[in-house]
Design a binder for this molecule. Structure first.
Ligand code: NDP
Ligand code: GDR
Length: 330
């Protein structure tokens, strides 16, 4: 009998990579998608015939119960969230509903249908916020946005259900991870897409926020392996997943533009409206515990990651210049 997995957030960046990985491992894969007026499966088209999509929403408890009943999973990966930090100040309440209470709804649905299901929660390095790097599993949280506060709730409710009801439930505290499938509003993709479009003469300049923020950026394809490995352990435990190397947004600009023999200083301007109300200045993860426990290590370094993203954006913009135009204001 093939193992069965249910992924919430399957239409997102991580969901698509995780679905691929699980299919490769012989899983039967189902995913929860919310209703929209036009199809939203761009990241899944290459595997759409091999997965089952079930209509559901993190805001709707009954739909989660029904999705679990229908898919009968051995493992549930809760990746769905309002995941863009900047939006969380403008939609703080909704972010709490999706990103915090959505986790409780999913855990309650598991308890109601089959408490033996293994549960993964997508926790975030944003929970560390202002904590001094390097951050590991013992670093106290200091969240700096409504998104991060919601993720702290999701993290602790997962821990609490593990301790209260004996669920196999754990959280991966993942640092930023990117790919050619990253949403266009996140800084890496915003930059690689703009560099490609400037090179092709489709865009003139690029408005940016805080250039001095530092992040520990890895490749999403590497990180979904850690997600899966975490859920295979005998006992549930939370782990940090990171590369251990941090760079500034300014260095990101330098790497992306110089890949195309461009000088970012000729095109980039800082727009004060893109500065966040509270910033996370410096994240750098220590994932030695994950390495010790299940041998996970990242395979892709920052420069390789950005080169891969710039090349993919060049190709995409050449094929269809109108398709991936950056939406201003984020
Ligand atoms: P994306 O923004 O690419 O994907 C988010 C997914 O959540 C989409 O499939 C989206 O569906 C779905 N979703 C949002 N709201 C709901 C809802 N109410 N009901 C059902 N589905 C919903 O995120 P990533 O793939 O980058 O991240 C996956 C998870 O990991 C998120 O929880 C994120 O917060 C967390 N995380 C991400 C990190 C990163 O660097 N990428 C680092 C640490 C944590 P739709 O397509 O319909 O919008
Ligand atoms: P982050 O990612 O907030 O770390 O959350 P994002 O790429 O949005 O920002 C990273 C840093 O870049 C700075 N920045 C800009 N960011 C954006 N988006 N646009 C800009 O123009 C810009 N200029 C500077 C930001 O201020 C910030 O310091 C991501 C998400 O995937 C979360 O869901 C996840 O939990 C964390 O990573 C880990």
């Amino acid at each position: 009998m093939p193992r069965k997995a249910l992924i919430s957030g399957i239409t997102g960046q991580d969901g698509s990579y995780l679905a691929e990985l699980l299919l490769d491992k012989g899983y039967q894969v189902s995913g929860i998608t919310r209703r929209s007026s036009s199809p939203n499966i761009e990241r899944l088209t290459h595997i759409i015939d091999r997965i089952q999509l079930i209509s559901g929403d993190l805001l709707d408890q009954n739909s989660l119960v029904a999705a679990i009943q229908q898919s009968e999973p051995d493992e549930v990966y809760n990746l769905a969230a309002q995941s863009f930090v900047a939006t969380s100040w403008r939609q703080a309440e909704l972010t709490g509903q999706f990103t915090a209470l959505g986790v409780t709804r999913m855990l309650d649905a598991i308890r109601a249908v089959n408490p033996k299901i293994r549960f993964y929660q997508a926790s975030s390095s944003e929970m560390f916020g202002a904590a001094t790097p390097p951050q590991n599993e013992s670093t106290p949280f200091h969240p700096r946005s409504p998104y991060a506060v919601a993720k702290v709730f999701g993290h602790f409710i997962t821990q609490n259900y593990r301790e209260s009801f004996g669920l196999y439930a754990c959280s991966g505290i993942l640092f930023n991870h990117e790919s050619p499938r990253r949403g266009l509003e996140f800084v890496t993709r915003k930059v690689t897409n703009a560099a490609a479009r400037i090179q092709l003469g489709l865009q003139k300049d690029l408005a940016m926020g805080n250039l001095s923020a530092k992040r520990d950026w890895g490749f999403a394809g590497d990180y979904v392996e850690a997600i899966w490995m975490m859920l295979q352990a005998d006992t549930p435990k939370d782990f940090v997943v990171a590369t251990g190397v941090s760079h500034s947004v300014e260095y990101l600009l330098e790497v992306a533009f110089s890949h195309l023999n461009l000088d970012y200083r000729d095109f980039v301007r800082v727009d004060p409206s893109l500065i966040r109300p509270a910033e996370v200045d410096y994240l750098c993860g220590d994932s030695s515990e994950a390495q010790r426990a299940f041998g996970w290590k990242p395979r892709t370094n920052f420069e390789q990651l950005i080169a891969m993203m710039v090349e993919a954006d060049l190709e995409r913009n050449r094929r269809n210049p109108a398709a991936v135009h950056f939406v201003s204001g984020v």
